[in-house]
Design a protein. Structure first.
Length: 40
């Protein structure tokens, strides 16, 4: 499942910036196919 999105939604609102940074990092890793196996 999409555990990343679920985890992000459960994070405190004060960490919204870290959420955005995490999303960018995840997108970068997905494009690089570095963590596709882990996320799936």
């Amino acid at each position: 499942g999409n555990w990343v999105a679920y985890w992000i939604e459960e994070m405190p609102l004060m960490k919204i910036v870290q959420k955005e940074l995490l999303e960018k990092v995840v997108q970068k890793m997905l494009k690089g196919k570095m963590v596709v196996r882990v996320l799936n």
